[in-house]
Design a protein around this ligand. Structure first.
Ligand code: MSP
Length: 523
């Protein structure tokens, strides 16, 4: 059986997770579900990144010990992911003993191999980003990642010899075109960081205490990124007494990260793996950001939206759909109350929900709920629909293979629109009046078949909605719910739709709901 190991970054528990942060995890969950649907052994990892100065400071602000603070935040994260039905297999916390011990071992090994050496560091440090920058990297004297103030700091520190691996990394990029998606991110790494000359990375700190200590020199705390990145290995038991999961799942098939942490995952992470003599992940997918009309989400701008607030009011699947559908490959997505309500009303209500409702009510009206069986010979209109369906499924698969998620969803919605148009073209109400039973049977059969396929296609992204559709159209047989059954057009027998289908999405009043969401943002 094929395996599929997918990871999200581990989250900084420095506050509530906004809608943008949920994107990575919703996407990873969808990818896991897609592979499960293909019958593969899919495994998903997420977790929390709990060390560092920022966390130490947050805990102090709240009058807690760092451990108390991160315990509360890890519980918050698990609760949020449960609300969003994130089907992870393991949740790693960097304060877990299983992680701490192995990070120390890895650090020791790097020292013994001569990859890590002792020196002195001076540079511009951004506390929130926990990153040092050189003078030239600063933008207007501020942090190039978050735009905040930086301070000049100097300390005795250990360094990782990145330069030693630069050529090997470039060669790896060249020989593995699937390693970085989308491709332009690779060029960014090469042109902005590797070609100008990779700096050795400072991998310890002495200015704070909340972190993993270097075993042989415990006044040094291991840099949070060395600690954090190795979670993808430690969670699988790498370097422990039981590394069976590691043997089974490593290398990762897909690691998903946001653009802000691309540099860490596309440069430092592969170099650490090379130094450990381990294979690299097959693909690292870098996605853009969810932003607001007026730029980045921030509490001070009063434009932050939290996923749980939206889920509570509009249901989980509309939020998952919006996030996945709105993120282009090369640009940021923009969240606005208007676009959320529009997607809800047009895509989910008008297109999907109506197709289901019209179909279920017609099968009830004309055939007492019994789906006619297939006569095996499609007429021209039906044949065109069948071919269109196959073509859309192919297009969907191609886009997914290339991780163009929003475009892949678009292909499903093109199929939904075409199926709605098929009702208008075939006019079942006229066929019933004319008593054209054979044609009417074929139309009903094709509508149910397309809805079944649409449900399977959306299942990884919107699991509950897909199950609801399959239930309403009477598909009970497991075999008819698999990815393998997608291209089959004549397998439905003895199917009965439910008597009265409830709408899966109800039209929203745009003015009222836009106002409601705006108020959520001000909250
Ligand atoms: N702790 C690090 C990751 C360490 S992985 C070894 C971290 N955590 S984070 O909580 O700040 O971010 C978690 C994820 O959310 C990252 O993939 C990040 O890129 C993503 N996003 C943060 N803001 C985002 C948006 N506005 N939009 C989309 N993704 C966003 O980084």
């Amino acid at each position: 059986m094929n395996k599929f190991y997918v990871t999200t970054p581990i989250y900084y528990p420095s506050g509530k997770f906004h809608i943008g942060t949920a994107y990575t995890t919703v996407l990873a969950d969808s990818m896991k579900r897609l592979h499960l649907l293909k019958g593969e052994d899919a495994y998903m990892l997420t977790g929390t990144d709990e060390h560092g100065q920022k966390i130490e400071e947050k805990a102090k602000e709240q009058g807690k010990t760092p451990q108390e603070y991160v315990d509360g935040m890890a519980a918050y994260a698990k609760d949020l992911w449960a609300k969003m039905k994130i089907d992870y297999d393991d949740f790693i916390r960097t304060t877990d003993e299983r992680h701490v011990k192995v990070v120390q071992k890895i650090f020791d090994r790097f020292m013994e191999q001569g990859d890590i050496y002792k020196g002195e560091y001076e540079g511009w440090y951004c506390v929130p980003c926990e990153s040092y920058f050189t003078e030239t990297q600063l933008v207007d004297g501020k942090c190039p990642d978050c735009g905040r103030e930086v301070k000049l700091m100097k300390e005795e520190a250990y360094f990782f010899n990145m330069k030693k691996y630069a050529d090997r990394l470039l060669k790896y990029y060249e020989e593995h075109p699937d390693f970085i998606k989308p491709e332009f991110r690779k060029n960014e790494m090469i042109n902005n960081f590797i070609k100008p000359g990779l700096e050795d990375l400072c991998v310890t700190r002495t200015t704070f205490d909340w972190g993993i200590k270097v075993l042989k020199d415990p006044k040094h705390v291991i840099y949070v990124w060395v600690d954090a990145l190795t979670n993808y290995l430690t969670a699988l038991g790498y370097g422990s007494d039981d590394d069976s999961l590691f043997k089974k799942y490593w290398p990762a098939d897909l690691q998903i990260v946001g653009k802000d942490i691309a540099r860490f995952h596309l440069i430092y992470w592969p170099i650490f793996l090379m130094a450990l003599d381990l294979p690299l992940p097959k693909t690292i997918l870098v996605h853009n950001w969810v932003t607001m009309k007026d730029g980045k989400m921030s509490k001070s701008k009063g434009n932050v939206i939290y996923p749980d607030d939206l889920v509570e009011k509009y249901g989980l699947d509309s939020v998952r759909y919006f996030l996945l559908r709105e993120m282009p490959v090369t640009q940021d997505a923009i969240f606005s109350p208007e676009s959320f309500v529009e997607r809800y009303n047009f895509d989910l209500c008008n297109d999907l929900s109506n197709l289901l409702n019209r179909t279920v009510s017609m099968v009830n009206k004309y055939f007492e709920g019994n789906v006619p069986s297939y006569n095996g010979t499609p007429n021209d209109v039906d044949k065109e629909l069948e071919e269109f369906c196959v073509q859309q499924i192919d297009a969907f698969e191609k886009k997914m293979e290339n991780y163009e998620i929003a475009n892949a969803l678009q292909e499903i919605w093109t199929l939904i629109s075409r199926t709605n148009k098929y009702i208008d073209e075939t006019m079942p109400w006229s066929l019933a009046k004319e008593d054209n039973k054979e044609k009417l049977e074929s139309v009903m059969y094709h509508l149910i078949e397309n809805l079944r396929k649409i449900a399977i296609l959306i299942k990884p992204f919107m699991n509950d909605t897909a199950d609801n559709i399959l239930r309403q159209i009477g598909i009970k047989d497991k075999e008819l719910k698999t990815g393998d059954s997608l291209k089959q057009y004549d397998g439905l027998k003895d199917i009965k739709v439910i008597e009265k289908g409830e709408p899966i999405f109800m039209r929203l009043n745009p003015e009222e709901e836009v106002e409601y969401i705006k108020n959520l943002m001000k909250k």
